[in-house]
Design a protein around this ligand. Sequence first.
Ligand SMILES: [Zn+2]
Length: 167
Amino acid sequence: MSNAAAFSGGYAVNRGPSVEGFLMPATDEEAAPFWQATKEGRLVIQACGNCGRLRHPPRPMCPSCHSTERTWKDMGRNGTVWSYVVPHPPLLEPYSSLAPYNVIVVELDEEPRIRFVGNLVENVDAPLDSLDPSTIRIGEPVEMVFRTLERADGSTEALPFWVRRRN
Ligand SMILES: [Zn+2]
């Protein structure tokens, strides 16, 4: 046990990759409400219980007012591509065999200061390389979807992915 972990909101538990070998979140007490919500198909963002400022990833203290009071806010799943990169090997398997794919940075329409790093895919079940990265445009509208992945121990997580908004 490290001293750094003693100051966190609880120890992160890494239960291993998905059965396909994809990285899965190490869950801890602080982020548990976020991962519970994704399993219910909802996006929630941690909010300061004092000044209301939204923050992500979840953490114990507000960067604005230093309050440790915190709540969760249901958020819309619409976002806008802020930036992206196209990874190439060397990469971990199974990512290496799917390259080149895309990694996008998305700002939420409801709160542009909240940004997520993820993958833009053709649909919720499509592989990481399902879209030609050269078609991605900064500023294009996207929507968060949730893909359920299973670990070898049978536990699951619903991971955020992004699809193009068709409206
Ligand atoms: Zn605050």
